[in-house]
Design a protein around this ligand. Structure first.
Ligand SMILES: Cc1cc2nc3c(=O)[nH]c(=O)nc-3n(C[C@H](O)[C@H](O)[C@H](O)COP(=O)(O)OP(=O)(O)OC[C@H]3O[C@@H](n4cnc5c(N)ncnc54)[C@H](O)[C@@H]3O)c2cc1C
Length: 418
């Protein structure tokens, strides 16, 4: 989106190919799925206009320190996000407002002569003599010498297609674990004490990490007053993630609780890492018999089943109480357990036995990097192809993905001007 906006404003009339549906149709399909309806993989939490971040808390936080982030925040505000995203230390939009922003950015791109083709999947790339020449969609050949590939962390089919190309792909670190949910009031009290609930403060957040042997247990993508969402885009899988509305006033607060995984864990092979993700997601579906496997923190730590108590799981397609130690290798389970104990010292209620774990949280970032030249940002092996964003291994989050889109667009413009 941001690469398209930048190129459209420069008069380059970009053609954007999106395998998924426009945000309006997509939102309706995702709502139907969340209420128990059928999955439409091209109108899911992972695929469709606006990408993975559309059904999210819309946190616009990042640690990259790239000056382009100022532009990104201004454009979010200019296209309908709350103005305070430009001044808040921890800006967030909320999924309800993000959908409008996505639509308005598309409308500006179209008004400047750009084109967006929905339900149009890039199925193949024509690469010869070290250059990209065309993109193939549904058998149609689209000649192109400048192609930005920003397919996100869930584009497994596209990565499989790229495997046969003269490109360099490598495994990169990512993480996996669960979503942990506490009562929002408990987290607010733990963080704000007597000021918990003060309207000026809103729902409290947290970010925790602990080194456990050679791995790291940490929390991320925290959704204060949010929900655990069904983030599947493939049949017979379970994938969790989190989101909240701009008001952040849900009963629970949740975050991903994950264990770090290295490229070495998969022998440096990104496809083994993706296979691990997929195997875990399919195992979860089987363990939960189609529902999301979940249990209380108490049961996870003690191994004794307990049933759910004060904290009710929010995964809308239903959960099945399951022994979650069956989901991951023993080493990961012990790191996650040790993480919960460690975080209790930082947030008193973190190991609340009635808090709930739902999983698996496997799409934390992309396990693959498509190697690109550090200067031109072109793929090694295919000049004119710009691997971009989270899926290509150069971003993690909305802001860094948008900034990377701008970086690639600047390089495309330089190349066009030559
Ligand atoms: C539920 C959820 C909540 C999140 N919450 C936050 C948050 O609060 N804050 C934050 O910073 N980050 C959040 N993230 C992460 C953030 O969404 C991603 O880091 C960001 O969207 C990555 O942007 P991207 O453009 O690289 O890829 P994506 O956003 O994944 O976009 C990739 C796009 O490519 C399309 N595509 C894939 N393959 C093809 C193909 N072959 N042909 C054509 N189109 C294709 C997909 O349909 C998709 O629209 C969240 C993610 C999820 C899933």
């Amino acid at each position: 989106m941001f690469a398209g906006l930048y190129l459209a404003r420069a008069g380059a009339r970009p053609l954007i190919l999106e395998r998924g549906a426009a945000v309006e149709e997509r939102a309706a399909a995702v709502e139907r799925y969340w209420q128990g309806g059928p999955l439409d993989e091209n109108a899911s939490v992972q695929f469709g206009e606006g990408g993975a971040g559309t059904f999210s808390d819309g946190k616009l936080t990042t640690r990259i320190g790239d000056p382009r982030c100022g532009f990104v925040l201004r454009e979010f505000a200019a296209h309908g996000a709350p103005e305070d995203v430009m001044i808040r230390a921890k800006p967030h939009v909320g999924t309800d407002r993000l959908r409008e922003v996505v639509k308005k950015i598309r409308q500006e791109i179209l008004s400047l002569g750009g084109e967006v083709r929905f339900l149009t999947k890039a199925e193949d790339f024509e690469i010869a003599e070290g250059n990209i020449h065309a993109v193939i969609v549904s058998g149609e050949r689209i000649p192109a010498r400048q192609v930005i590939l920003a397919a996100g962390h869930s584009a497994r089919e596209t990565f499989a297609m790229l495997k046969s190309k003269p490109l360099l792909m490598e495994a990169k670190p990512f993480s996996a674990g669960f979503r942990i949910e506490h009562l929002r009031a408990d987290i607010d009290r733990a963080q704000y004490g007597e000021f918990a609930g003060h309207p000026a403060l809103g729902a409290a957040d947290y970010q925790l990490s602990a080194q456990i042997g050679g791995r790291c247990a940490y929390t991320f993508c925290m959704c204060p007053g949010g929900f655990v969402v069904p983030a599947e885009n493939e049949e017979e899988t379970i994938v969790t993630n989190g989101m909240s509305m701009h008001a952040r006033n849900g009963m629970n607060s949740n975050a991903a609780l994950v264990c770090s995984l290295s490229a070495e864990d998969f022998g440096g092979d990104p496809f083994r890492a993706m296979a691990f993700q997929e195997k875990t997601e399919r195992l979860a579906f089987a363990l939960g018999k189609g529902k999301a496997p979940a249990e209380t923190v108490g049961a996870f730590l003690s191994g004794e089943k307990s049933g759910f108590g004060r904290v009710m799981p929010t995964y809308s397609r239903g959960v099945a109480e399951t022994d979650l130690t069956a989901l991951y290798p023993e080493e990961m389970t012990s790191v996650l357990r040790a993480g919960i104990h460690a975080f209790h010292n930082r947030i008193r209620c973190f190991d609340d036995p009635e808090a709930v774990l739902t999983g698996p949280e496997t799409r934390t970032s992309s396990p693959v990097r498509i190697v690109r030249d550090g200067e031109s940002l072109e793929a090694v092996g295919a000049a004119g192809l710009y691997p971009c964003g989270e899926g290509a291994g150069y971003a993690g989050g909305i802001m860094s993905a948008a900034a990377d889109g701008l970086r690639c667009a600047e390089k495309v413009l330089e190349a066009l001007m030559k």
